[in-house]
Design a protein. Structure first.
Length: 243
């Protein structure tokens, strides 16, 4: 540049910068500057402050003048240890939220009976179950359950179709014993499905997505996920309803 001039200011404001810039240009015997290069942190200023500073720039530039900016990324001091996960080894990962809700006083017995069965099934380490965690949704009404991570859908379905899990599920669907059961499934491959059995008040997805009867193409979890290659559900629709 023909006559470069550097102007700096601490906590710059439009009027202050205007005075400094005008005086500095005048000292060089000039009425205006040809180019203004700014390193101010514009994104950190309020809209009012930005307009104030731009007015200052316009005041010292001719109509064919050039205005350009640059900025450096400012490192923000933090003591937070941020981490994430690499799921590339789990392309068909499934996350399940399951819960059992006590609808009637006598349902407490059903609740604890199923709790012991589920604990035993987890202790048996079924193939494909990566992690099982208890989850407490509410104490009144009592609604507790678990969060599970499964390697893939075939592993989950194999467990659901195996004994004694299949028999537990059939027994529950024939008589929920004063409780309600629900689950929501989220797939890395895409797709979300849910079922709510004897759950009197909508929860989770059911609170905003609307509820439909779990019949026909909405009967089995694999079908609800859009997986046509995963076989039949643990309990068939014919077995449960007779038609």
């Amino acid at each position: 540049m023909r006559d470069p001039l550097t102007i700096g200011a601490l906590a710059p404001s439009g009027p202050a910068l205007a005075r400094v810039a005008t005086a500095a240009v005048a000292q060089r015997g000039l009425s205006q500057a040809d180019i203004v290069v700014s390193g101010l942190p514009w994104a950190a200023f309020s809209e009012h402050h930005q307009l104030d500073l731009l007015s200052t720039v316009v005041a010292v530039l001719p109509t064919d003048g050039v205005f350009t900016t640059f900025a450096e990324e400012l490192a923000m001091p933090t003591s937070v240890n941020r981490q994430t996960v690499d799921l590339s080894a789990y392309p068909d990962l499934l996350v399940l939220y399951l819960g059992m809700r006590v609808n009637h006083l006598y349902g407490i017995r059903t609740f604890f009976s199923f709790g012991r069965k589920i604990s035993q099934s987890v202790a048996d380490k079924p193939d494909g179950l990566l992690l099982h965690e208890p989850v407490y949704y509410s104490f009144f009404p009592m609604n507790m359950g678990m969060r599970q991570y499964w390697r893939d859908l075939p592993s989950l379905l194999a467990f659901a179709r195996s004994e004694p899990h299949r028999q537990w599920w059939l027994t529950f669907l024939q008589d929920s014993g004063g409780t309600g059961f629900w689950h929501e499934t989220y797939s890395v491959r895409g797709g979300i499905e849910a079922v709510y059995d004897d759950v009197p008040k909508p929860l989770g997805l059911g609170r905003f997505a609307g509820l439909r009867r779990a019949r026909g193409p909405m009967f089995g979890s694999a079908a609800r996920l859009g997986r046509s290659d995963s076989g039949n559900p643990a309990i068939s629709e014919t077995e449960l309803y007779g038609s």
